[in-house]
Design a protein around this ligand. Sequence first.
Ligand SMILES: [Fe+2]
Length: 327
Amino acid sequence: MTEESLRMFLTLSDAVIITDSRHHIVDVNSAYEHITGYNRETILGAKASVVKSKYTNKATYKSMNEALNKGESWSGIFINKKCNGDLWHSSISITPYLIDEETYYVGIFRELEHLEEGIYIAEDRRNNIQGVLLKVLAISCEIRDPAIEDHLTRVQQITESFLLRHNDRLKLRLSDDYMQSVIHSSIMHDIGKSGVPEGILYKPGPLTSYERLIVEMHPLIGVDILEKINSELQDSFFKDELSVARNIILHHHEKWDGSGYPSKLRGTDIPFEARVVSIVDVYDALTSRRPYKEIWPEEQALAFLQEHKGTSFDPDLIDTFVSLHGS
Ligand SMILES: [Fe+2]
């Protein structure tokens, strides 16, 4: 039975849920029924977590529990699940009330999808939009190569498993957002090739030193393209993503011993994300057919990477990459 003095909250137009100290539902209002699709009669007595999805950040629950355990109110963003399985994003404030030595929690939800201004974009949706835009940009820049989409998709997939394994193996505690940015941006590494003449880019056989100079401009051309996006956009929405992409585009041909290009960076001066993608890029190039070479078997490509561990490539990253392939 809901404590009488809390009943006034049920008249609010936002969705309201009242639970006892063990988070069992003691009452909800009609807006809550409407949003969640749960019928009041059937949900009373259930745990409030009945609407929980796996998508809300763990840190969100942690900060909520910390505040509520101290008897403080808390507000944050939840990604919950409706009765029919659809996700809904809401801003919620939860306030504890002590009545006759019993704690009650009053949760007030506002569904973010219904904000008229369109200022809220759910994280999974935002990630998807970013991923698709970057992929289309990358493919467009290398559209002259018919096999490019497969190469880029492979680079992205290998980068993902490589990065997750490395983070795990060395307990780096890289954030999910950062890893997502590296994975998304990995497909952008060669966008600057759009500025390299086709005759040089796809020349079967060795390049002259002049032609090589032109090819080696592709990181700089790529950064120019990215800077153009940045200056047109002038929005913090893509800020982190673009700075990771910039490092990858500019530095994916640097070498661990400082003999790479364009900046001759050495060791850990090379941004981490660029060291990751340089290994993936070389591995995929070796194990794919190119105008000037046949496909190398996986073992041969891995042997090449190991041979250049500490000269071309970050030794720790090579150890992870090799472990990924079970050698
Ligand atoms: Fe490249």
